[in-house]
Design a protein. Structure first.
Lengths: 113, 115
């Protein structure tokens, strides 16, 4: 499985954009980048995913570099409820690994008032 | 309505006992999963089932046995519980495990404590 590297923690001011980096230099051509988050004592929550192009949904934006070796999750206007651990996951092709998600250590994001 | 539900939310038991955790999804998904989150907070997949058929079986002790009576349910039975089994267990489901962009939806978790 392609390995991801994320900073262990970061703080963000409420109302400001939070930019969460992720390195995945060994990613293969058919592997997607997924982002999940886990709010304290809850199950992981899907945020967004992408392959090559930048993606945006109601929760966040995902910027993937042209060489696909890194990506950035952007929370445009962070709120206190966005405090969570954010996981960047490179998902192998399902037929190779059965849709297995491998979670690393993630980035612990603390949104401060 | 809860999309993926688990029961119980908390489970405290003695070493050597046998226990089950139940999971149900009302999303109409074909694939279900069990993950374990240990004390260091790392989440690892244990099993996945597609329409009652086993797809993934990671290196899990055979004391753990998933049972899928139908595609909306995937229960986890654990025999001869050990201290190291203490963890939070998460169930998840997805539409189609072979889909290129299949997304998994997680339940709230079951915190198992073995004394």
């Amino acid at each position: 499985d392609a390995k991801t590297t994320q900073p262990p923690s970061m703080d963000c001011a409420e109302g400001r954009a939070a930019n969460l980096p992720c390195n995945h230099s060994t990613i293969s051509g058919n592997e997607y980048v997924y982002w999940y988050r886990q709010i304290h004592s809850q199950g992981p929550q899907y945020i967004i995913h992408g392959l090559k192009n930048n993606e945006t949904n109601e929760m966040a934006s995902l910027i993937i570099t042209e060489d696909r070796k890194s990506s950035t999750l952007i929370l445009p206007h962070a709120t206190l409820r966005d405090t969570a651990v954010y996981y960047c996951i490179v998902r192998p092709h399902p037929k190779a690994a059965g849709n297995k998600l491998t979670f690393g250590g993630g980035t612990r994001v603390l949104v401060k008032p | 309505d809860t999309a993926v539900s688990q029961t119980p939310k908390y489970l405290v038991t003695q070493m050597g006992n046998d226990k089950s955790i139940k999971c149900e999804q009302n999303l109409g998904h074909d694939t279900m999963y069990w993950y374990k989150q240990d004390s260091k907070k790392f989440l690892k997949i244990m099993f996945s089932y597609n329409n009652k058929e086993l797809i993934i079986n990671e290196t899990v002790p055979n004391r753990f046995s998933p049972k899928s009576p139908d595609k909306a349910h995937l229960n986890l039975h654990i025999n001869s519980l050990e201290l190291g089994d203490s963890a939070v267990y998460f169930c998840a489901s997805s539409q189609d495990w072979q889909g290129g962009t299949d997304t998994q939806y997680f339940g709230p978790g079951t915190r198992l404590t073995v004394l």
